[in-house]
Design a protein around this ligand. Structure first.
Ligand SMILES: [Mn+2]
Length: 248
């Protein structure tokens, strides 16, 4: 039994691996549903452009629907005024704003997948065929860094609904307070001291998690047999396909 399994209840076996209970209050009731198409969104500025270009190319090849947000200098996608952290890729304070903007233009029930621009899908992306509201990626074990906690915010599924929009409002305000989009998520879901002050609408939300190994793999060595999405975050950036030497 790994650390993740000790902390979260297993809910279902999906194509992406085991779905875990993530709700800070109780176990959500998860049911299989017929799913529509998935829409991927991402954002980058000129500094991250080459990674965004690579991601865009990969999504096009996979015939996945996508929409990019241009934070300045991307040269395509929807222009978006928003702050990006000083350390590239580590913090995107405008992430909840972008997700909110994207969801507000989509039909109710539509599933959206946020991908950081330094992620690379390796296998065709499928929707999650369950009635989830939000699905995060959970680390193998809880990081000792409080800002990382269990959740890595590079890959997140959202289903458009009034409750999801409420969650995003909470995420936005907490992102401002704790100065980090990822830290905010970890505070909402995994900080005991915050539990009492969390709004009650969270009780009825189906917030779940899937293993980072499968949907957000940022481990240089990977134990997962099937990696759907790799995430070349700062510490493994040099392994991004863009930086791999071409073999002759
Ligand atoms: Mn990233």
């Amino acid at each position: 039994m790994n650390a993740r399994e000790r902390n979260f209840q297993k809910l279902a076996y999906t194509e992406y691996g085991v779905l875990y209970d993530q709700n800070p209050f109780n176990s959500p009731e998860i049911k299989k549903i017929k799913e529509r198409q998935l829409i991927v969104i991402s954002a980058a500025n000129r500094e991250h452009k080459k990674y965004a270009d690579f991601l865009k190319g990969r999504l096009s090849k996979m015939s996945t629907k996508f929409r990019f947000f241009d934070l300045g200098g991307l040269m395509y996608g929807k222009p978006f005024e928003g702050a990006v952290g000083k350390i590239p890729f580590q913090n995107i304070p405008c992430k909840p704003h972008i997700v909110e903007e994207a969801l507000s233009r989509l039909p109710q029930g539509q599933l959206l997948l946020w991908l950081d621009s330094d992620t690379v899908p390796e296998l065709p992306l499928k929707p999650i065929y369950y009635n989830i509201d939000i699905c995060f990626s959970l680390r193998r074990s809880r990081s000792t860094n409080a800002k990382e906690g269990w959740i890595n915010a590079g890959v997140i599924f959202f289903r458009n609904s009034p409750k999801t929009m409420e969650f995003i409002k909470l995420w936005k305000s907490l992102t401002n307070i704790v100065k980090g989009d990822q830290a905010a998520l970890n505070y909402i879901l995994h900080q005991e001291k915050f539990r009492r002050s969390l709004p009650t609408f969270l009780r009825s939300m189906r917030i779940v998690g899937l293993p980072t190994d499968s949907i957000n793999c940022f481990y240089a060595e990977s134990l997962a047999s099937e990696v759907y999405i790799r995430h070349y975050k700062t510490d493994i950036r040099h392994l991004h396909p863009l930086h791999k030497p071409v073999l002759k």
